[in-house]
Design a binder for this molecule. Structure first.
Ligand code: FES
Length: 316
């Protein structure tokens, strides 16, 4: 007889092959949510399959429709629509009232995914004194021109602009790429393009405000969790994880080293001869243990393959 293991709850032997996962849970006394009564309309019975997805019958038409609408990954199944052919380990995803509210919310929710991506952070080095000594109109006007100008190479190289933080930008690269090496090439090409864009913008800023800006850019690559996060009224696609934190620290290190574009050793290892390097130094990154070898990138020896732009929040 097949065995269904409800992670952290109960292990159940199933003697009737026609039972759905929801019916199996109920017969075992597990308080499985099912707001629509098992009719495939609410998704509150959703479970995450942890082991043996091959022992599940394929999605039926009802489940397929709801899974598409909610943006469920393949490992998220509706317990009320799913029957099994062998042992399965799964986890209930709607446990308490708050889970129930989230599950019933109309906002499509992705379930998160682990990806190898490149993360870029940029910052205007000397913007604070400018903001403090100019009219709010000028500050917003210049930031508007800046974000438009430096955002173009990010989009051109397939980057997703994740967020603005004051005058800083965080961008994600590789969402549409097959390898982390391609993600790094896109990110570095975008970083070099951002520097060129700022040089062009500086001609205008110099004339209008008698000053110029410099920027620092940091790029790191590694494992990140991507998905839709936030309050239901303002869900936002983003990436989280230590890779993101390190990329931010690398950007901060550009100030310390007095260079424009720094990449981590991991990025350099993937780029190899595709990039030209300047200064390389071991640096202590704030909040991180040990020394990190950072390399300045001064140019590329290759042209990145055409990128698929990801201007909107992509499905992870
Ligand atoms: S109980 Fe509503 S979709 Fe399964």
């Amino acid at each position: 007889m097949p065995i269904v293991e409800f992670d952290r709850e109960k292990t159940v032997e199933v003697d009737d092959p026609d039972l759905t996962l929801l019916e199996i849970a109920r017969e075992a006394g597990i308080p499985h949510a099912s707001a629509c009564g098992g009719n495939g309309r609410c998704s509150t019975c959703r479970v995450m399959i942890l082991e043996h997805p091959e022992h599940l019958d394929p999605r039926n038409a009802v489940e397929t429709r709801l899974a598409r609408a909610k943006g469920f990954e393949d490992n998220i199944r509706l317990a009320c629509q799913t029957t099994i052919t062998g042992d399965v380990k799964l986890r209930r995803l709607v446990i308490d009232e708050e889970d129930l509210q989230l599950a019933q919310d109309g906002t499509p929710q992705t379930t998160g995914k682990d990806r190898q991506l490149a993360i870029l952070f940029s910052d205007i080095r000397n913007f604070t004194p400018f903001a403090e000594s100019h009219l709010p109109y000028d500050v917003i006007h210049i930031l508007g021109r800046y974000f438009r100008k430096v955002g173009e190479p990010v989009i051109r190289h397939g980057g997703y602009i994740d967020k603005y933080m004051g005058d800083g930008i965080m961008a994600i690269f590789g969402l549409e790429r097959a390898t982390a090496a391609e993600a790094c090439l896109d990110a570095v090409a975008a970083g070099l393009g951002m520097q060129e864009s700022l040089d062009e913008l500086n001609v205008y800023i110099s004339k209008q405000f008698d000053t110029t800006f410099r920027m620092g850019i940091g790029v790191h690559v590694g494992s990140v969790i991507i998905g839709e996060m936030g309050h239901p009224q303002k869900m936002q696609f983003t990436a989280i994880g230590d890779t993101v934190n390190i990329a931010s620290r690398i950007e901060s290190a550009t100030k310390q080293l007095g260079v424009g574009l720094l990449v981590s050793a991991e990025v350099r290892a993937l780029l190899g001869d595709a990039a030209r390097y300047g200064l390389s130094e071991l640096v202590n990154l704030k909040g991180k243990s040990g020394e990190h070898l950072l390399s300045e990138v001064v140019g590329l020896n290759v042209v990145p393959p055409p990128a698929v732009a990801t201007p909107g929040a992509p499905a992870p």
